[in-house]
Design a protein around this ligand. Structure first.
Ligand SMILES: [Zn+2]
Length: 328
């Protein structure tokens, strides 16, 4: 006998999935429904969407759908079945007691009455939460939820780094809009602070996406011991906050995703990364090192943060991320 049981769903209608790879972190992601694009080109996809098989969006592991079952869902099914069985037996006993009591002769000297309390235990329900980031694959249209960043579509297995980075840019542009609204309402200092945060977010996202991709590529290219050495915390540190040091790391893989930038773009990126240091660590006041890098600002004065500069910086960073995705 085969029972099918609907998995508990999150408020947005997604089910929990759990990566079978024990070394994967954070393992949990959510799978939603798909709005398939009309012009879907199956030949460029790793797996035809909707067919069996799942790819972990974090580590890229492929396995059968069943291997991605979430332990909590299995427990929820067991709890439900136990509840349903107890309820069935109780219903049966209540009915038996009623029949027995009815069969007792009335008016006799002795009477026996059977009393079974009906079971009112509520049906067990599993609570499933949505994760913060909810996206849809731009190739197959499958909606999914992850914590903050992911590299692959769980349905068609496509590399999805660009979809996630575009979402980062979208959030940065929303912060720029917000800063402009605040400035219009006379909050120029707050507006400057919000712009500074938007600028910092570009650097943080750029660093995080590089780190995540680098780790996966190293794990795929080297033995377990070598990979642990090359992609360990000490080996990576904050090297992806610096173009030259990031390029040194990429040499381990014989790649250079920065090669897609022209010298001007590289120089602008260098300056923006310097600026981030000043914004994040020095209350946006230029220090000696920054004043040396960009002669426009004197030490101790606040650096200019322009919205066009931030969005341009984000688009330049995206070029590198798209190249990184191609190399992944
Ligand atoms: Zn997909």
């Amino acid at each position: 006998m085969e029972l099918s049981f609907p998995l508990p769903r999150s408020p947005s209608g997604k089910v929990y999935r759990w990566c079978p790879n024990e070394e994967c972190a954070p393992r949990l992601f959510l799978l939603g429904d798909a709005q398939r694009p009309e012009d879907i080109d199956v030949t460029v996809l790793k797996r035809a969407p909707g067919t069996t098989g799942t790819t972990c969006p974090y580590c890229g592991q492929d396995a059968d759908d069943d291997e991605f079952n979430y332990g909590g869902d299995i427990e929820a099914v067991q709890r439900y079945l136990e509840w349903a069985a107890v309820r069935d037996i109780n219903d049966h006993l209540v009915k038996m007691a009623r029949d027995f009591n009815r069969s007792m002769p009335r008016g006799s000297l002795f009477s026996v009455k059977m009393d079974v309390k009906p079971d009112h235990t509520p049906e067990p329900r599993a609570w499933r939460e949505d994760l913060i980031r909810n996206l849809a694959c731009d190739r197959c249209g499958r909606a999914y939820g992850v914590y903050a960043i992911a590299l692959f579509c769980p349905d068609c297995g496509s590399k999805n780094l660009h979809v996630h980075f575009e979402r980062e840019i979208e959030l940065v542009l929303q912060q720029i809009d917000l800063a402009e609204q605040v400035a219009e309402n006379g909050g120029s200092e707050l507006s400057y602070r919000v712009l500074g945060n938007a600028h910092e977010d570009v650097v943080t996202a750029f660093e995080t996406y590089q780190k995540a991709s680098y780790k996966i590529m190293v794990r795929r290219a080297f033995s377990k011991e070598e990979a642990a050495k090359l992609a360990g915390k000490g080996a990576i540190g904050n090297r992806f906050q610096n173009i030259d040091r990031a390029r040194e790391l990429y040499q381990n893989l014989a790649i250079d995703p920065f090669s897609v930038l022209d010298p001007d773009e590289l120089e602008q990126m260098r300056l923006n990364i310097e600026k981030r240091h000043v914004i994040g660590h020095n209350l946006s006041m230029a220090d000696e090192a920054y004043a040396g890098a960009d002669s426009r600002e004197k030490p101790g004065t606040t650096v200019a943060i322009l919205s066009e500069e931030i969005s341009e910086f984000a688009l330049t960073a995206k070029k590198v991320i798209v190249e990184l995705e191609r190399l992944l």
